[in-house]
Design a protein around this ligand. Structure first.
Ligand code: ZN
Length: 297
């Protein structure tokens, strides 16, 4: 089922900013300022990439492989994610996990999700909100250290970005990347952007493509921003992925129902034969999983 999800994060954050709420941003300088993201790799991709090596069983959960395969997304002006764009080029029956709206400034959410994923040797991509990053920048670095991708989900998560002026919209997006890169270190973040509420417009999408940013939507979501139970989050995620034979899945680690649902959801998908992959703009080897120091727990 194709549904345009409208993630009501305004409720969670109390944002609901309009264009006039971008005080402090200088829109006049936005369009000329290059986005501070990593340039695309200059080395040509090998003609035949080596086959994925799952690396044996995951040491902490042998039901999973030790490595998460990286699927490289090429630059595309059209974006990826067939809720609204062309389908993400993933192998059939694979799932690319993505988590939006963090890092959460409290103690719930990110750390527990990191542990749930690491116990299963799964790596994901976290689409972070700039205002949240500024409260918990260490969680961006923690995601990277655990082998996840980090990407931008705007500066303040406006739910009506498609209706902003080009200048204000570009400034909003640019500021989100500045915040992300300040936390992640230059060249580390993925050049991925997900529109809040998937509310985009063609002009901003074309501008992002010119800036070397890939717009990432999704094939499936789980309605986990709604007031539904963890069991229902699980059910909807599986139903939507089954309907699309896998794809990129949107979840939100900031909601307790999502954290509660996640272990059972992952194990259910694994039993159903789905493989977990991580989308990236760069061909990379799977990052080694390391045991975090006690101080980072
Ligand atoms: Zn969001």
């Amino acid at each position: 089922m194709r549904r345009l999800v409208l993630m009501m994060c305004t409720v969670a954050f109390g944002y609901g900013l309009g264009a006039g709420a971008t005080s402090g941003i200088d829109p006049s300088g936005a369009s000329s300022a290059p986005l501070p993201v990593t340039p695309a790799a200059t080395e040509p991709a090998p003609a035949t990439p080596p086959p994925f090596d799952p690396g044996g069983p995951c040491p902490t959960n042998p039901a999973y492989p030790a490595h998460t395969e990286v699927i490289v997304l090429a630059p595309s002006a059209a974006g990826y994610g067939d809720i609204q764009y062309p389908r993400t080029p993933l192998p059939p029956h694979t799932v690319a996990l993505t988590f939006d709206d963090g890092p959460w400034p409290g103690t719930r959410g990110d750390q527990r999700v990191f542990d749930i994923l690491e116990e299963r040797c799964i790596q994901a991509v976290f689409f972070h909100v700039g205002t949240m990053i500024e409260q918990r920048p260490e969680l961006v670095r923690e995601a990277i250290r655990r082998g996840h991708g980090v990407a931008s989900h705007s500066w303040s998560h406006p739910m009506n970005l498609s209706r902003w002026s080009d200048e204000a919209g570009q400034a909003q997006i640019h500021r989100g990347f500045v915040s992300l890169n300040a936390a992640a270190a230059p060249g580390v973040a993925e050049p991925f952007f997900r529109f809040p509420g998937l509310d985009d417009n063609p002009r901003l999408r074309a501008w992002l493509d010119r800036e070397g940013i890939i717009v990432v939507g999704a094939e499936a979501d789980a309605d986990d921003w709604k007031q539904i139970s963890a069991a229902e989050v699980h059910r909807r995620a599986v139903a939507n992925l089954e309907a699309t034979n896998g794809g990129t899945l949107i979840l939100h680690q900031i909601h307790p129902r999502t954290v509660e649902a996640l272990p059972g959801l992952l194990d259910d998908l694994n039993r159903r034969g789905y493989r977990f992959v991580r989308i990236s703009a760069r061909p990379t080897q799977p990052a080694p999983l390391t045991t975090p120091p006690q101080s980072a727990r």
